[in-house]
Unconditional design. Structure first.
Length: 348
């Protein structure tokens, strides 16, 4: 007779419901710290409610974005430095929303792992809460998925979802014209793109993540985990001041692929590459890999995390607004007739 198994529990299969509940209780204060106007309830329900009228909108259009952190997570997991990738996750989503002229309102995360480690998950979510506070976006919920057999020991994955709003008829890009000035907002480093190549370069150099950083203080791993810069407050301030025609978030595809996304058909750009210098981290990676300039321009952000196209008569005032909101601004070119991006000078 076949022997039957009795008394099996979900925990026997590798899923600890109690640990999940404990994590929810631990992160409730983190979520509460991100509360803003419009939030209607806390964590724990089947869904999160948000009151657009209470947030000040009269005729709103919703804008949504989703993204991840990519293989930058591999470095975070291998080094155990987990408190910054949550900022990356938020930034990759909310920076996209601002490019549409939308104010990020609320954020949800998805954290998936083979076996839940409450302390590690809490570090990640604490970073998400920090990113939400920096972008005035409420962390209204999320999902923690414990899936044994799907992930190797210690591994996890992240996804983020952001919803924002704008008043009807206020969408960006709008009014981009031949002669508009391009203002580059400097990045904090690599942000969250190109890390598969970064990891390959580090491997070829024979360096460990805890090796002394060749281009900065501290370890190499910690330097490569510098979080993505958030451009929400500065971008919205410039947008509300008038004269901002477009924003381009420089992510995967670099300058080559992302600036055209903010330009209407029939318009291109001329960019002066001599206007700024590469951040030390990118300069080091380029030197180690022997990267050609064309490859660099379509792989990394080259030190520019966001590009604003602004009316020429508003360029000086908008540059001052960006700078007042903490940005380092580089006048880097202008919009021209045509459909191509052309470069003068050389990155250095």
């Amino acid at each position: 007779m076949e022997k039957r198994q009795n008394g099996l529990t979900y925990a026997d299969a590798g899923v600890d419901i109690d640990a999940g509940n404990a994590l929810v209780e631990r992160i409730k204060p983190m979520a509460k710290s991100t509360k803003r106007s419009g939030v209607m309830d806390g964590l724990g329900g089947f869904g999160a409610m948000f009151d657009l009228k209470a947030a000040g909108y009269k005729d709103p259009v919703l804008v949504a974005a989703t993204d991840g952190v990519g293989t930058k997570l591999r470095i975070a997991i291998d080094t155990g430095i987990l408190d910054t990738v949550g900022i990356d996750l938020v930034a990759m989503c909310v920076n996209d929303l601002v490019c549409q002229g939308a104010e990020p309102l609320f954020f949800l995360d998805y954290f998936a792992t083979g076996k839940l480690d409450i302390d590690e998950a809490a570090q990640v979510i604490d970073g998400i809460a920090k990113g939400c506070r920096l972008s005035n976006s409420a962390l209204v919920g999320g999902e923690t998925a414990e899936m044994p057999g799907m992930y190797s020991a210690g591994d996890f994955d992240l996804a983020g979802f952001s919803v924002g709003a704008m008043e009807r008829g206020k969408m960006l890009p709008d009014g981009v014209s031949d002669g508009d000035i391009l203002l580059g907002l400097k990045s904090s480093g690599l942000h969250s793109n190109g890390y598969s190549l970064v990891r390959k370069i580090v491997e070829n150099c024979g360096l460990a993540w805890d090796a002394p950083c060749p281009f900065d203080d501290g370890t190499l791993g910690a330097a490569l985990l510098t979080p993505t810069r958030l451009y929400v407050r500065s971008g919205l301030a410039a947008y509300r001041a008038g004269g901002l025609h477009a924003l381009a978030h420089i992510t995967g595809g670099g300058l080559t692929e992302n600036l055209p996304r903010a330009l209407p058909a029939g318009l291109g750009a001329e960019i002066n590459l001599d206007a700024w210098v590469l951040p030390p981290v990118i300069k080091w990676l380029v030197d180690q890999a022997g990267m050609a300039q064309a490859e660099l321009l379509k792989t990394f952000n080259c030190g520019i995390g966001m590009i604003a196209a602004v009316a020429p008569d508003r360029a000086e005032a908008l540059q001052a607004i960006f700078e007042d909101n903490g940005e380092v601004v580089v006048p880097m070119g202008h919009v021209v007739s045509g459909n191509s991006i052309t470069y003068s000078g050389a990155l250095k």
